[in-house]
Write a protein that binds this ligand. Structure first.
Ligand SMILES: [Zn+2]
Length: 162
């Protein structure tokens, strides 16, 4: 396995084996890369959002580590589909559909769970990559959940014409 793949895999498995929202091992790994963790305010907002996760670090934090690894290995980085990889990770940590997950999410706290529903009612914009609604109470341009760009830049027009 190349060093690039080994680093990507280590980041993935450390994020995946972490408790929901991160743990000491994940914080250590982020720190070793100099990746910026979510603020407590951002984590709290994500916890209350409808984007439920059952385990693991938040996808955007894994993305931030991936980005730093990609910078170290520019050749390998070219074939790395970031949005897809982050989504793949999210699919592994999100709850399976069904009643059991509704109940386990509800056990987080009824108030938080219902506020997720309220957010869903008046959401204005959702992430094209992961489907997360943009949280209206906070200002940001990249999806807070997966880190994908929410607003298309003018420089992206070239890709639209393909
Ligand atoms: Zn997203």
């Amino acid at each position: 396995m190349s060093e690039f793949n080994a680093e990507i895999e280590k980041a993935f498995s450390t994020a995946y084996h972490s408790e929901r929202g991160g743990n000491a091992g994940w914080s250590e790994l982020m720190q070793s890369y100099g990746a910026e963790p979510l603020t407590e305010e951002e984590k709290d907002a994500l916890l209350k959002s409808e984007m439920k996760i059952t385990r693991g670090a938040y996808p955007i934090e894994l993305r931030r580590v991936y980005e730093i690894i990609l910078n170290k290995y520019p050749n390998e980085a070219m074939g790395f589909a970031m949005d897809h990889k982050v989504l793949e990770y999210y699919n592994k940590i999100k709850p399976f559909g069904g009643l059991n997950d509704l109940f386990s999410n509800a056990s987080i706290g009824t108030a938080k769970y219902s506020s997720g529903f309220q957010n869903a009612k008046h959401k204005t914009m959702t992430c094209k990559n992961c489907g997360a609604p943009r949280l209206e109470e906070m200002q940001y341009d990249n999806c807070l959940f997966c880190g994908s760009e929410l607003f298309e830049k003018k420089s992206d027009q070239q890709t639209d014409q393909q």
